[in-house]
Design a protein around this ligand. Structure first.
Ligand SMILES: Cc1cc2nc3c(=O)[nH]c(=O)nc-3n(C[C@H](O)[C@H](O)[C@H](O)COP(=O)(O)O)c2cc1C
Length: 176
């Protein structure tokens, strides 16, 4: 089974990337390919740009990665209750090529933030809309107060309850 994993953040020090790396380690790193959305950077979507130059090739590369995977693992960073501009832009361009961006794949969606909300707002947005983009959300988990609940030195969740919830969520991908 091939799982494509990424954080929906373009931060080099992303806490969602740290959560993805930990989740990948729980799944077994040979099963998981982690990509960085910075590798699919494109100009801000505009219909004018699209008409003049078409869709940038990075959108196809991203869609091809999803197509080649059996399942997806995504951790969402929250900016003002929403997607980061970087992920929204990537998603918008990709959706211009194929509105079914998630291409029928089973998905586990995570989110984390430094605050007690754990980026629940963007997670709810992502889980609630995935079906419009042909994504099948198998499980989701928000990790609140990242710096309290995650040991950055060890690269793992400290809280046993959250750890158990993450393992249970990931198991939904493996049993797919
Ligand atoms: C413009 C901006 C808006 C933010 N809005 C929220 C928010 O609505 N909710 C939240 O929990 N954190 C918010 N934060 C804090 C982010 O959760 C924090 O920067 C986090 O590290 C982002 O995840 P990342 O490190 O994976 O990129 C915001 C940060 C920025 C820069």
């Amino acid at each position: 089974m091939k799982i494509l994993a990424f954080a929906a953040s373009n931060s080099r020090t992303s806490i969602n990337k740290q959560l993805i790396a930990y989740a990948a380690s729980l799944l077994g790193t040979d099963m998981v390919e982690i990509v960085d959305i910075n590798d699919y950077e494109m100009p801000i979507y505009s219909s004018d740009l699209e008409q003049a130059h078409g869709i940038p090739e990075a959108a196809s590369r991203f869609l091809n990665k999803i197509e080649a995977a059996d399942a997806l693992l995504i951790s969402f960073a929250e900016h003002n209750g929403n997607y980061t501009a970087a992920y929204k832009n990537l998603f918008d361009w990709a959706s211009r090529e194929n509105q079914k961006v998630y291409q029928g794949k089973p998905i586990v969606m995570l989110s984390t933030s430094p605050g007690p909300g754990g980026a629940k707002s963007v997670l709810s947005l992502a889980t609630g809309s995935a079906h419009y983009f042909d994504g099948e959300v198998k499980a989701s988990l928000s990790v609140p107060s990242f710096y309290d609940n995650f040991d950055q030195g060890k690269g793992e969740l400290k809280d046993p309850e959250l750890k158990a919830q993450l393992k249970a969520a990931l198991a939904k991908l493996e049993t797919n």
